[in-house]
Each structure stands twice: as C-alpha cells, then as structure tokens.
Design a protein. Structure first.
Length: 341
C-alpha cells in the first residue's frame, strides 16, 4: 500500500478514510499519533499489528470535546471538569471508568478503564470533528522506538503499512502527554506517565496535590500503566546519560577507548566538544523545553548518523518540572545508565 502524505488542505479525505476504518497518522502538540476508528475492532487490531505493540497495552481515545467523554463515562471524578477546563485541549490524558460496549474491546486491553485526550492541534481537532468518530491514537512509531515528532519519522517507521499521514510539521512539545488516573472518584488523581502537565503545575493552578504512581519514584515497582513497563523510546545505538559536570570526562573516555561517540545536548555543550566527537545533535537552545522537543528527533538522527556510532552521550537534566518527563524517557532510552567518570 502506498502511504499518502496529506496536507492540511486535505483533511476531508483523511477524515473519510479514518471514519471508514483506515489508519491515519495525525499530528498533535506532543507526538504524532496513529489514528483508527475506536469503534472498529479490525482497525484497532491493525494498529497493534503495524506497530508491533503488545496487546496488553491499552490505547488512548482521542476526542474533540469533553462532552463526548461524558457520554462514555459512568461516574466522573470530582476533579475531572476542573482538569479539563484548565488543560484541554492539551497534553493531559484522563484514565476513566467507562460504560461497557462503547469501544472495540481491544482499546482497553482488558482493563475496566479507558483513557481520553483532546489534543491541542487545530488540524487534528478538525479531523476528529469531520470523521465524527472517537479515534485511538498511540504514538505513530514502531513499538520500542522513539516516538515520532515529524511526518518523516512516521513515514520512516510505518510507510506502506498505513493509509496516510496528515502532515502539520514538527510537534511543539516532543514527549507524550501526562497520563493521570481519575478512574476512582474516591481517590486522589495519580500520575501514571509524566508529561508536559506537571505535578507542580497542577498544584499551582488548581491547588490539587496529585500523587505519582510508585514506579515513577522507585524503578523496582510495577507500573500501573501497562505501557510504562516496556523498554521504550530506545534507538539501536547504546545511550549513556551524562551529567553536566561530567562532559569533559565523558569525551576523554570515548576518545581513549576509540569509541565513535554521538552527542545529544544543548548548544553550549555541543559547541565545546564538537571537534572531539563523531557527531552532535544540538537542541535548539539550552532550556529543558528545547531538550524535550528535540529528544526523540535527536535520538533518531544520531541512530542513523552516516558514520555508525558506538555510543550516544545524552545530556541529563534535573528531575523537576518538565525535566521529570524528559528524564523519564531518556532513562528508558539509556536503560537507566549514566556515564560514570
Ligand atoms: O501524547 C500522547 O499521549 C500521544 C499522542 C499521539 O496523543 N499518544 C500516546 O499513546 O503516547 P501511547 O499509546 O503511545 O501511550 C499510551 C500510554 C501507554 O503507556 C498506556 O499503557 C497508557 O497510556 N494507557 C492507556 N490507557 C490506559 C488505561 N486505561 N489505564 C492505564 N494506562 C493506560
Ligand atoms: Mg507510545
């Protein structure tokens, strides 16, 4: 099958294909998603197939309004409306208890809950409205690889397996949404996957103290969100995280061991060590926002560097605010390993 590249002027065609059961990758503010009609079992199964996704890992249902979600859910959490008013459309996914039989059963992978998200992207909101159906939307990458933040990344992984990709340029945030469990109205909301909406921000905006799933604080704990247990976001090349003060030692180590090293860091670090390493991918600036936006693109670019690399050295950031989400993904790509000077 030839995968089509749809421009923003071709949303109608993409919506028709999505509605009728085709697989349509769409842009969001976080990463590109692999869309399929959430009510059609065959289409949802194809999503698992083309991604090579384990079938115990549930999918997020993408909607164009909160009103839709209200139709699907039995009892809403007392904070649901507040969270939606503050963060939707945006990178916050809500795990809710749903009525039976609304979505294809594969969507929830055997769990009694379904997660919902309204993405902050005009093109995709229009796609969803025009299609008139809720759409599953896992990240549009081969399972285990870094999530796609451009049309080209999706095309690289899924060309010939899906009907088309709606192209809206690079995504703004760069890592997947915050997943928060509000399925039990009696319990405090719990973050299952960190993203751009942070624990600190929710506290600041709403005065609500949410918790973290234990596995986010202690790696030995089993995650509540099935997807978080898999090795994820990993390029083929080995990745080592480097703390700010360790860059000179890390570069020296690579040189002494005649390793071809790629560097993924902000411009300050890259400018200093470019001459001593095989390849660099500099984030746009030295902020954590730029690092988060560039992380997956950088891992993919270095993984495909012309000269094959022995190791990717990637900048570690402090684990606060957006740094929690960035480090959550980078640690998985690096199998938790830091360069030890
Ligand atoms: O930003 C995003 O969320 C992107 C864009 C495309 O919207 N989508 C995305 O989907 O990251 P995916 O499928 O790659 O990740 C969904 C995560 C997985 O870790 C999955 O286990 C978890 O959400 N999840 C989905 N439904 C769940 C549920 N009912 N209970 C617990 N975790 C759930
Ligand atoms: Mg994913």
């Amino acid at each position: 099958m030839e995968t089509k590249q749809w421009t923003v002027n071709e949303i109608d065609e993409a919506a028709q294909v999505l509605k009728e059961g085709g697989l349509v990758a769409f842009p969001t503010e976080t990463v590109y998603g692999l869309g399929a009609n959430a009510r059609m079992s065959d289409s949802v199964c194809r999503v698992f197939d083309v991604k090579g996704r384990p079938n115990d890992n549930p999918l997020i249902v993408h909607v164009s309004s909160f009103e839709q979600v209200k139709d699907y859910v039995d009892t809403l959490h007392p904070y649901a409306q507040k969270l939606v008013d503050t963060y939707w459309p945006g990178p916050l996914t809500l795990v809710c208890k749903v009525k039976e039989g609304i979505f294809a059963k594969e969507v929830s992978a055997g769990l009694p809950t379904v997660s919902f998200r309204m993405p902050d992207n005009e093109v995709t909101l229009s796609l969803l409205k025009k299609a008139g159906v809720p759409a599953v939307g896992p990240s549009a990458n081969t399972s285990g690889k870094p999530s796609p933040t451009t049309f080209e990344h999706v095309y690289h992984d899924l060309q010939e397996d899906i009907e088309g990709i709606l192209d809206d340029g690079p995504t703004k945030i760069g890592v997947e949404s915050t997943v928060i469990d509000i399925s039990d109205p009696e319990q405090v909301p719990m973050i299952l996957r960190p993203g751009a909406i942070t624990k600190e921000q929710i506290k600041q905006d709403l005065g609500i103290e949410v918790t973290y799933d234990k596995h986010l604080l202690e790696v030995s704990e089993t995650p509540k969100s099935p997807g978080m247990k898999y090795k994820h976001y990993a390029p083929d090349t080995k990745v080592l995280m480097v703390k700010e003060q360790d860059w000179p030692a890390a570069v020296k180590w690579a040189k002494e061991n005649q390793l071809s090293a790629g560097v993924l860091a902000g411009p300050i670090v890259c400018d200093k060590i470019r001459a001593d390493t095989a390849a660099t991918f500099a984030y746009k600036d030295d902020s954590i926002a730029a690092a988060t936006k560039g992380l997956y693109a950088g891992l993919r670019a270095l993984d495909e560097a012309q000269l094959p690399l022995d190791v990717i050295l990637a900048a570690a950031f402090p684990e606060k605010d957006l740094g929690v989400a960035y480090m959550n993904r980078l640690k998985k790509a690096a199998a938790q390993k830091y360069f030890e000077g």
